[in-house]
Design a protein around this ligand. Structure first.
Ligand SMILES: *[C@@H]1O[C@H](CO)[C@@H](O)[C@H](O)[C@H]1NC(C)=O
Ligand SMILES: *[C@@H]1O[C@H](CO)[C@@H](O)[C@H](O)[C@H]1NC(C)=O
Ligand SMILES: *[C@@H]1O[C@H](CO)[C@@H](O)[C@H](O)[C@H]1NC(C)=O
Length: 355
């Protein structure tokens, strides 16, 4: 059954009867699973979830994505303090294959955040949901055989042509009608199971909290008790509220890497570099909220170098050292520090090291 038809029937029932009657009717009319129905009642209660999904230009790399996340997480945290948005949730965009991901031995498309980060730790900062968690949750309030998740409104964020007005950079936004042709290439997170018809372009200039005004306006235009899903394309257009303030660093610290990745790193450090958190004095409390300012770290007896030999080499020849010069610089540092071991992280090809 078409989801919109379903939704209107459901809303009608919702308003006409109390919820357990609704469950009964849904059960007979739509063969709604009664167990699911009571889950729905329990789930919704007095809640009115608002899901915010954002996406990032598919050509952006891992580090920028991490930075963009912080902008949206800080916004979500800010929204949560406003009664209208008490049940807001930030949905994390699955990773498309990034420029530096070149493995063919395993899947590098459509990866969830919990492969990289400790979601439990991030949730201690703001209500964030991995995309799969989002799908599971919306499944509670949608027909069991549904194949797509409807989005209430899709915003294509865009830059203003004119950043300055009379020489001054001011925060502003402006709705305008636009066709789907203007949508950025990786739209809809490369997902086939979400769709939406209400599509608008939003010229936007300013920090994340300016979006509060946009969202307030949206929420007020609906008067049903139903959860809402908003989707923002080109999330990187939104700027930080305050880069480097306390809230920024709290969000940043909450982004602990996943336990699996940490275990791999720990093994590697021990077997190749004879290094542990204890000897380097970089032990941290399990919960980032308990971290205290400290300057105890002494590090290990090795240096690390990040050698970019992929995209950076092209078009930046003047500022990127040759392999020989990079090797000499590393040798110099080793000499100054009286060390012999070096760990090199690089995107070079296996033969690149010799050129
Ligand atoms: C967009 O189009 C709709 C329908 O044609 C119109 O009602 C609305 O005012 C337009 N919005 C803008 C910002 O131009
Ligand atoms: C990506 O992952 C989601 C969640 O696991 C899944 O529902 C979806 O079908 C996948 N999409 C593609 C294009 O593989
Ligand atoms: C490894 O580190 C420990 C503690 O710092 C040290 O006692 C030991 O000699 C080191 N082993 C090697 C092979 O360097």
């Amino acid at each position: 059954m078409n989801f919109c038809v379903f939704l209107s029937i459901f809303l009608l029932l919702f308003s006409l009867s109390n919820s357990s009657k609704t469950c009964k009717k849904l059960d007979t009319i739509l063969q709604w699973d009664p167990k699911k129905c009571s889950t729905l009642e329990n789930f919704l209660g007095t809640k009115r979830p608002i899901y915010i999904i954002y996406d990032v230009n598919p050509f952006e790399g891992f580090n920028l994505r991490r930075d963009v996340y912080i902008r949206w997480a800080v916004l979500t945290k800010h929204l949560q303090r406003i009664p209208l948005f008490r049940d807001v949730r930030l949905v994390l965009p699955p990773y498309p294959r990034l420029y530096h991901w070149k493995s063919s031995a395993f899947n590098q498309e459509n990866l969830s955040w919990d492969m990289f980060f400790d979601l439990h730790s991030m949730k201690k900062f703001a209500p964030v949901f991995d995309f799969t968690e989002f799908l599971e949750e919306v499944d509670v309030f949608s027909p069991s055989k549904r194949l797509t998740v409807p989005i209430d409104k899709i915003f294509q964020l865009q830059h203003f042509e004119e950043m300055f007005e009379n020489g001054v950079f001011i925060d502003k936004f402006e709705y305008h009608n636009c066709s789907r042709a203007e949508v950025s290439p990786g739209d809809f997170l490369q997902q086939t199971n979400i769709h939406g018809k209400d599509f608008v372009c939003l010229k936007f200039q300013g920090s994340a909290s300016l979006l509060t005004n946009v969202l307030k306006k949206e929420i007020r235009s609906y008067n049903d008790p139903w959860p809402k899903v908003f989707f923002f394309l080109s999330g990187e257009i939104v700027l930080h509220d305050n880069w480097g303030n306390q809230e920024f660093w709290r969000a940043r610290r909450s982004m602990r890497f996943s336990n699996d990745l940490m275990a791999i790193a720990k093994d590697f450090r021990l077997s190749r570099l004879n290094s542990t958190d204890e000897t380097e004095k970089v032990n941290r409390p399990v919960d980032w909220r308990l971290e205290k300012e400290t300057r105890e770290a002494i590090g290990g007896d090795y240096v690390c170098a990040h050698l970019r030999r992929g995209d950076f080499v092209f078009g930046r020849e003047k500022t990127i050292p040759s392999m020989k010069s990079a090797a000499n610089q590393i040798k110099q540092v080793l000499k100054e520090l009286g060390l012999k071991k070096v760990f090199i992280a690089s995107d070079c090809s296996p033969f690149g090291m010799f050129f």
